[in-house]
Design a protein around this ligand. Structure first.
Ligand code: 4NP
Length: 209
């Protein structure tokens, strides 16, 4: 565990739930410039072995609301880890950068697609905190807006969490996991497939790390 995260007060004062943040979210939707810290490549990325002294690897999946993409990613990754008999090696969770859905179960459409594929979703929505950056080795963002917000938190703290865009690990070409919230059920199937492919490769990389 690392020391107290000095960004907490600042972070919670402007980012969490603030009108300014809500306004920024709207502006951020226009933001598509490359992220220099973790440039995307269509070749599945490698992960550092900075946590190789620990027997367990902790992974936090992050989206905006924590009711669609990141709970699905958490459930799929959990499922793959269990299938591989690696439960004792991983701690897995998810969170949102926003707090609108705190305490809620995953969106019904996410739950439906998960059930169809035999994946259990056990999460309740919560907002990412600075403590998460101390607890988790890897923070995996669904889109560039999430990546930018999480990277900003990490940069302002003494966390050495490794931050990635999930689709860095997708064997198929792609960049973000699109937000399916305002679309129909078919969008959730597409998102499920992206998440599943990406989580498979992520697990392979983390097993090898
Ligand atoms: P998620 O999807 O980030 O994948 O959980 C969303 C869920 C809710 C909202 C946006 C995205 N919302 O604006 O309430």
């Amino acid at each position: 565990m690392r020391g107290t995260n000095r960004v907490e007060g600042l972070w919670s004062s402007w980012f969490l739930n603030s009108d300014e943040y809500m306004g920024n979210l709207a502006a951020d939707r226009e933001w598509l410039s490359p992220v220099s810290r973790y440039p995307h490549s269509t070749t599945p990325t490698s992960v550092d072995t900075h946590n190789s002294d620990s027997a367990r690897t902790s992974v936090l999946f992050v989206c905006l609301g924590n009711i669609c993409r990141s709970p699905l990613a958490e459930g799929i990754f959990n499922h793959l880890v269990r299938e591989a008999g690696l439960d004792d090696r991983f701690d897995i969770d998810s969170a949102g950068t926003g707090a609108w859905h705190e305490g809620e179960r995953p969106d019904a459409r996410a739950a439906m697609v998960a059930t169809k594929h035999g994946v259990e979703l056990g999460s309740r929505a919560r907002q990412i905190t600075s403590d998460d950056l101390d607890r988790f080795d890897y923070v995996i963002a669904m889109d560039r807006e999430n990546l930018r917000n999480v990277s900003r938190m990490v940069d302002s703290s003494d966390s050495d969490a490794e931050v990635h865009l999930l689709r860095e690990f997708d064997e198929e070409e792609g960049d973000e996991v699109p937000d399916p919230y305002y679309g129909g059920a078919s969008g959730f199937e597409t998102v499920y497939e992206m998440l599943h492919r990406s989580c498979q490769t992520l697990l392979e990389r983390l097993k090898a790390a």
